[in-house]
Design a protein around this ligand. Structure first.
Ligand code: HEM
Length: 411
């Protein structure tokens, strides 16, 4: 494999130009499922592209560590590490036994029964957003910015206790974290940019943490503000980090899955019609949207010892990149993987990862997606692309920046 191939997998600008590198990932799955790449700007890495290898690595958190970071460490022109958010000590980049203790702070709030608490906010948001489509006389909108960005933002802001007027601020911060290289959305990726970003997060969340410590309620903000590890309250930085990871892990991922899911329904009218006729298929459609979009393209692990993956020796300390996007198109697991099929069952996708770090917000995301997809398919009567969609210049959490759609809907 060449350097160009490696760039195609991870260069944000390549991604912006041509979207997911499915051809290359398919070739890798067939010919070299564990391949080493050395490219500019990031540390060398092994690309893991088969579903079976991704799940098996994810089940061995003692051998394949998250602690050293879950995104590839950026390097400057001299090959030195540039500090970034991936070094923050939050649940997603901790290893056992610490990881399990810290995960327990919030995991009870995220069980299927518990997340029912957000149903009101979720359904209200879905209804209001589709009402806005119905009120728009032009019958054309950018579904990426008008629906996909707003829906998870509103729900997460409610769960985390952010007042509505701060939604724009948090959106801006989130864009700067996940799309630092996107000219329109990002805010740069120098150490200074990240330091500034950190300070703005502190300003936003510290007052909420203080408020929920003084007046705890049932919401997620209170759970995090009053969280304890080993019987001791979490420190301010740990608490802040938890807010940050929940917001960031929850927003961009859901928004990108939603925009990509709507696009798939627009481009597959038979699937859209099937859903319109039978909205009880919505939960299955959501699983297919998650598989199809794989909005978390990859997560990194670091080998804690010399290991062998799919017959390939990997030395201690090397980075392994688990390409969920590729695992979700693995021909050995999914029949006709490039067909968008809302009736696919079973659908053992790895969009939420697998094993130790399996997405804590999976039920939350499923409920949020299901509510808006249900509202759309029961009210929108037909739709088509009004222009070509555009991709965000990002290769970690990936998705569409614009999705112009013309639609029919009753007023
Ligand atoms: C479509 C939406 C989503 C996708 C595709 C997604 C994907 C993922 C993936 C792949 C991981 C695994 C990380 C790893 O193995 O290193 C993860 C972890 C996590 N996700 Fe999500 N996520 C989504 C929505 C959410 C939401 C809505 C929340 C919270 C409100 C959330 C919170 C988390 C947290 C806290 C973790 C860390 C869990 C741990 O380290 O134990 N996610 N997510």
């Amino acid at each position: 494999m060449t350097t160009t191939d490696g760039m195609l997998l991870l260069d944000p600008q390549m991604w912006a130009r041509s979207g997911p590198p499915h051809e290359l990932l398919t070739e890798l799955r067939h010919t070299a499922p564990v391949s080493r790449f050395e490219i500019d700007k990031v540390e060398p890495f092994w690309a893991i592209t088969k579903h079976a290898n991704i799940t098996s690595i994810s089940k061995q958190p003692d051998k394949f560590l998250s602690g050293p970071g879950i995104t590839l460490a950026p390097r400057d022109a001299d090959g030195l590490d540039v500090p970034g958010f991936s070094e923050m000590r939050v649940v997603i980049n901790m290893d056992p036994p610490e990881h399990r203790k810290v995960r327990k702070v919030a995991s009870p709030w995220f069980t299927p029964r518990s997340v029912k608490r957000i149903d009101h906010a979720v359904n209200l948001s879905a209804k209001q957003l589709v009402d806005a489509l119905a009120a728009n006389p032009e019958r054309q909108a950018d579904f990426a910015t008008e629906i996909a960005v707003k829906h998870p933002l509103r729900i997460l802001a409610t769960a985390l206790g952010l007042p509505e007027e701060q939604e724009e601020t948090i959106l801006n911060l989130s864009n700067r974290i996940f799309a630092p290289d996107d000219e329109e959305l990002g805010g740069g990726n120098t150490p200074e940019d990240f330091a500034k970003l950190g300070a703005e997060f502190v300003q936003l969340f510290l007052p909420i943490i203080q408020n929920r410590r003084d007046n705890p309620t049932e919401d997620l903000a209170s759970v995090l503000a009053n969280g304890q590890v080993d019987g001791e309250p979490m420190g301010p930085m740990e608490t802040l980090g938890y807010y940050l990871i929940v917001f960031n892990a929850g927003h961009d991922t859901t928004k990108n899955a939603l925009a990509g899911g709507i696009r798939a329904l627009v481009e597959n009218p038979d699937q859209f019609e099937m859903l319109r006729r039978d909205p009880s298929l919505v939960p299955q459609a959501v699983e297919e949207i998650l598989r199809w979009t794989s909005s978390v393209n990859y997560m990194k692990r670091t080998a804690a010892e010399d290991v062998v993956v799919n017959g390939q020796k990997i030395p201690k300390g090397d980075a392994l990149v688990l390409f969920y996007l590729s695992g979700n198109r693995d021909e050995d697991v999914f029949d006709d993987p490039f067909r968008f099929d809302i009736t696919r069952k079973p659908n053992p996708h790895v969009a939420f990862g697998y094993g130790e770090h399996f997405c804590m917000g999976a039920h939350f995301a499923r409920r949020s997606l299901a509510a808006i997809v249900r509202e759309l398919v029961t009210r929108v009567e037909g739709w088509e692309l009004a222009a070509d969609p555009e991709w965000i210049a990002a290769s970690f959490v990936v998705g569409l920046k614009r999705l112009p759609v013309r639609y029919q809907i009753a007023s």
